[in-house]
Write a protein that binds this ligand. Sequence first.
Ligand code: PAF
Length: 282
Amino acid sequence: MKIIHTIAELRDHLAAFKHTAFVPTMGNLHAGHLALVRQAKPLGDVVVVSIFVNRLQFLPHEDFDTYPRTWEADCQALEAAGCDVLFAPSERELYPEPQGFTVQPPTDLANMLEGHFRPGFFGGVCTVVMKLFACVQPSVALFGKKDYQQLMVIRRMVQQFAMPIEVIGGTTQRNDDGLALSSRNNYLSPTERQEAVQLSLALKAMADELRAGETDLAALENRAMQALEARGWKPDYLTARQRSNLQPPSATELASLLANSGLVLLAAARIGNTRLIDNLEI
Ligand code: PAF
């Protein structure tokens, strides 16, 4: 695996390849990232993974400074997973001057759910992903489905800017108990770690209620939030949305969306100081 820190060297190296498959990450890699790398392998003649903790997508009170940076372990894991090129630019390399040009995602998609609770987050994500795409010029880019809204926002960006990149979503990887893998799981105390699985269980319970014929979505969502609150969580949202656009479905659309696998249940909630997200397509 070749490790590259500058855009110039990356361009030079990648000039020899026709189809680049790209997995952008912020490091602290887990089995979810590595599954994306393996999925990328047959999709290009070279697989590039980037590690860059992107300041632009963190709010001032969030965990940019403490975000886990695990360089040695990440390099070893990437090498074993078959990564060909690790692109790890410094902040000065990627943002040599304050990033004045930014990507502003459309409000209908980016100001709800994660964007509502983390204003500016998707603008920061789109700006860095646009810039990484400009550096790597991939044919294919892979993102985990755990960040469901992020995947949709990036798909829409690529489509609206007519970028010649195929965006592929990778299945969420889970621990044996069902907890979705996330770099932020590292923040959990042992007790919180045991409790954390309740987020995915809450989504499953919502799915069961919908399949059993519940049509009052507001009541369903309230019950789910209250059940988590009673266990000590601070939920931001637990909600049923249309997969196509993340808009709330109307009660009349619900049955046909359910019959056609057109729904996704999304959740974000804080346990202790750690904010976890998860989702379930149904
Ligand atoms: O999902 C992530 O790890 C980040 O949001 C991404 C896509 C690498 C952009 O910084």
